[in-house]
Design a protein around this ligand. Structure first.
Ligand code: R5P
Length: 295
């Protein structure tokens, strides 16, 4: 097999190459004076090709580099090509929230399929069902719940795992199962007069408990900060925040710390100061399982 890395895979491409015992080839890339991207696959794949491409920062550029690389690798070999996309950009636009909007994640998946991609591994994609709804590419979604639980396990006493909204409840439930802890989600309400957003845990009390809030993405930090302020105002002893993809736009970490969160930890799908948990072992496991299905 040959593992190809697109620009800045945060060490994940190298980790995957080490994990499956194959060589790593860095793709060549540059930007033309007019702003267009150029990529080149400098050598033909030996056997199955694995292309590692995390789509942040600069998601639009990265997506196009990924598509061009898939086209180029498919032209070099008839062997299967698997893309490992640790952070799948545009995954949150998974339906038409307003008439006239695109389903952006569908555009990406359909494009990969049209170009002949044979397999896809993603990490904790926002809504896993898009992988079967919008493409027939054989795929795996890497779950990170055990990794998050193992990281926070030593800090958890009388703990509750909390999802910041009902959409993230399944993830909180899975993390809680690894920690043998209770789990719940926050219900948000907007005051019709003041416009202030308030939140309450649906079922559990957090008083004098350690709370671990888990989400898939921290972007501006607004969702986590509101959740943290809420549980601290309700008497929580300590609040930790965990996410899979630390997109962390400018100022997000400051917002989280100033909201009283004792520690933020994320996986390394996106490079950031809090990306402390490696997804490589879990990604290699899913990659092996997908290879077994394809070969
Ligand atoms: C939303 O659907 C996601 O699961 C996250 O809750 C959201 O992306 C977090 O964004 P922010 O950090 O900007 O509040």
């Amino acid at each position: 097999m040959t593992v190809y890395a697109l620009e800045n895979s945060n060490g994940i491409a190298a980790g995957i190459a080490r994990g499956i015992g194959d060589k790593l080839v860095q793709l060549e890339y540059k930007i033309f004076p007019d702003g267009e991207s150029y990529v080149r696959v400098p050598q033909k794949p030996e056997g199955v090709a694995i292309l590692v491409a995390s789509l942040y920062p600069n998601p639009d550029k990265r997506i196009f580099e990924l598509l061009m690389s898939v086209e180029a690798i498919k032209a070099l070999s008839n062997e299967p090509l698997i893309a490992v996309v640790p952070y799948m950009a545009y995954a949150r636009q998974d339906k038409r929230f307003l008439e006239g909007e695109p389903i952006s994640i569908r555009v990406i998946l359909k494009s990969l399929e049209t170009l002949g991609l044979d397999g896809l591994v993603v990490v904790d994609i926002h809504k896993p069902s898009v992988l079967s709804e919008y493409t027939s590419i054989p795929s795996r979604n890497v779950f990170i719940d055990r990794l998050i639980a193992e990281y926070f396990h030593p800090k958890m006493r009388n703990s509750v795992v909390l999802a910041p909204d009902v959409g993230a409840l399944e993830r909180a439930k899975r993390v809680a199962a690894h920690l043998d802890a209770e789990y719940d989600y926050l219900v948000k309400e907007r005051d019709r007069v003041t416009g202030e957003v308030k939140a309450m845990p649906k079922n559990l009390t957090v008083e004098e408990r350690t709370v671990l809030i888990v989400d898939d993405i921290i972007s501006t930090g607004g969702t986590m900060a509101l959740a943290a302020r809420t549980v601290l105002s309700q008497g929580a002893e300590k609040v930790y925040a965990a996410c899979t993809h630390a997109v962390m736009v400018r100022g997000a970490l400051d917002l989280l710390i100033s909201s009283g969160i004792s520690e933020v930890a994320a996986t390394d799908t996106v490079p950031s100061p809090v990306s402390k948990i490696s997804v490589v072992p879990a990604a290699v496991e899913e990659l092996r399982s997908l290879l077994e299905e394809l070969l």
